[in-house]
Design a protein around this ligand. Sequence first.
Ligand code: AOF
Ligand code: ZN
Length: 410
Amino acid sequence: MSDPLYHTLFAPIASSYLTSMMRASVAITPQKTASNQREYMTLALHLAAQGELTCAPNPQVGCVIVRQGHIVGQGYHHRAGEPHAEVHALQEAQHMAEGADVYVTLEPCSHQGRTPPCVDALIKARVARVIIPFADPHPRVSGQGIAKLKQAGIDVITGVLATEAAWQNRLFLTAQLDNKPYIIAKWAMTTAGELTHPSRRWISNEASRQHAHLWRQRVDAVMVGKGTVLSDNPALTNRAAGLSTLQRRHPLRLIISRSNVIPALCGDKPCQLSHPGLPGETWWISPGTHTEPLSQPHQPGITQWQLPSSGQLLLLPTLFSFLATQHVASVLVEGGPQVLAQCFEAGLVDEAHIYIDAIHAALPKSHEYFWHPLAYFQKRDEVHLDDNIWLQYAKSSDLASRLLEKTENN
Ligand code: AOF
Ligand code: ZN
């Protein structure tokens, strides 16, 4: 299993074993070389990944403190509102942090947010150097953490494992840089390329569905069109197994429709989305002339928005800019085919997740199997889920170089 979500949730023992192995392997190479820095940063990234199911909407951040070739402190950010990675690592290092090198997977924060600034804690601990991939593009940090550390006489090294760190926090970082949510298009298909299975309700098996629910845990919102509501009657909640009530995050449910009339029935059943006990929030979004909430919503419990549009069609760039203003940093688009195609045609998809109903059938050699736009994407991962396969594609991105450029220009 190469999926980090799987590691985090289902294989904590394997994960802590890996951490201790990495601790041992980096501790025996005392020279401070560039490759040495990459090893410590790899460990910090690995620690950061332990927060990946729980830290949203905050980024995943890991921290390793090294003194004279020995790791004296480690930490990661567990949950928004709780201490940052540096605070956990400094707590473990205590007085050994003095004169040490601190590896952090993001620029230490300089602002008072839900927690106090990490740079103040690093300065107080009298660390010697801070090594990071790039500046945090969050407008309240954006190079100010680096500046404050330098003013206090602490060396700051940037550019270490920028590509890896950018990939790990691509949802958070893209939203900060581009002022639009990171868009993941998700669909299930048969090996014959059909989006619906002729004989079964589900293409995907139970393992695939659990895997998909874990992605709902990571994103801020899920989005479908009204057609999918009518045909599938989805609840769009996060039903991933193994999460505590405290850990579970229900993404905001976004329904896009040409009409502001919410149907009462899906087929012959009441629409699940209208159920008053559904956890989390639902927004019904339809075309209008201004960006405004409908003063008289058609369903209690569902917030209705109208957005400026082109005739009866919602403009996706307008929708995504609006979502950015509402602090929605990532959207999992779950269908149907029309909505997915619209997102691709507008060039707004950052990543695609495809669940296929067989792992043994020969996959077609070229991308013609998928929609044409995936030709511009790179395959990032594949996970076998019983008799299904999950393929992950991401748009070739220059995120790391843009972040480095911004770091230099701060
Ligand atoms: C760090 N270390 O481990 C994390 C950072 O509301 P707060 O106080 O939790 O601040 C959240 C912001 O801080 C978040 O948007 C991001 O810019 C930064 N996250 N910074 O130094 C950490 N998680
Ligand atoms: Zn911080």
